[in-house]
Ligand binder design. Structure first.
Ligand code: PNS
Length: 170
C-alpha cells in the first residue's frame, strides 16, 4: 500500500544542500547515509552571494566530488537562488539536512517550514548527526585552522591541506 500516493516506480531523488566551506567529516557521514535512503542524491553547493567563502564554489564542488567518488548514486552540483527552485529544476522531492544538536533545530525547522510553504510537495528529511561530529561545523574548522590549529580530526586529509594552504596565503 502506498500511503503517500506517490507513483510506485518513481525515482526518489533528494538534494542535500549546504555551503560546505569546507566539507567536514560530519557532512560526509550525512551524505553516505542519505545515499542509502534515496535512489539519487544531489549534493547542492550554494553559491553564497552574500558571504565571502574561503573556497570558491568550484573548489567546494571539486572537494565534494573527490569525497563522493566511490558512491554511484551521488552527483555534486552548485546552485544559486532558492533551494525549492533548484529542487524543481532537478525533479527532486526531498531535502536532506543533518541535525547536530538542539541548537540546530530552530533554524532548520524555520527553513523546512518556509520551503514547504513555498513548495508544498517538498519534504525535508532530517538525519541525526553521528555523535562524534555533533559539535562540528565548517565555521569552527575555519576558525581553528586560521589560528594554525590541527583540523585533521574534522575533515579529510586533502581538505585539511587545502584549508591550511588558504590560511598560509592569507
Ligand atoms: O550549510 P548551510 O550554510 O547551513 O546551508 C544553508 C542552505 C544552503 C541550506 C540555505 O541557506 C539555503 O537553502 N539557501 C538557498 C536560499 C533559500 O532557498 N532560502 C530559503 C530557505 S529558508
Amino acid at each position: 500500500m502506498y500511503l503517500s500516493g506517490r507513483e510506485p516506480l518513481m525515482i526518489r531523488r533528494a538534494v542535500y544542500p549546504g555551503s560546505f566551506d569546507p566539507v567536514t567529516l560530519g557532512h560526509i557521514d550525512i551524505i553516505e547515509r542519505a545515499a542509502e535512503i534515496v535512489d539519487e542524491l544531489i549534493v547542492g553547493v550554494l553559491i553564497n552571494k552574500g558571504k565571502n567563502p574561503l573556497f570558491s564554489v568550484q573548489e567546494r564542488v571539486n572537494m565534494l566530488q573527490i569525497v563522493t567518488k566511490d558512491i554511484p548514486n551521488i552527483r555534486v552540483e552548485s546552485f544559486d537562488g532558492l533551494l525549492v527552485d533548484f529542487l524543481k529544476l532537478k525533479d527532486a522531492e526531498f531535502v536532506i539536512r543533518g541535525l547536530r544538536a538542539i541548537t540546530d533545530f530552530e533554524y532548520e525547522l524555520q527553513m523546512a517550514q518556509t520551503n514547504r510553504i513555498m513548495s508544498p510537495d517538498t519534504d525535508t528529511i532530517f538525519l541525526t548527526t553521528n555523535l562524534k561530529y555533533a559539535y562540528l561545523n565548517s565555521t569552527t574548522v575555519r576558525e581553528v585552522a586560521s589560528y594554525g590549529g590541527d583540523i585533521s580530526k574534522f575533515v579529510p586529509d586533502f581538505v585539511a591541506e587545502a584549508v591550511m594552504e588558504k590560511y598560509s596565503n592569507h
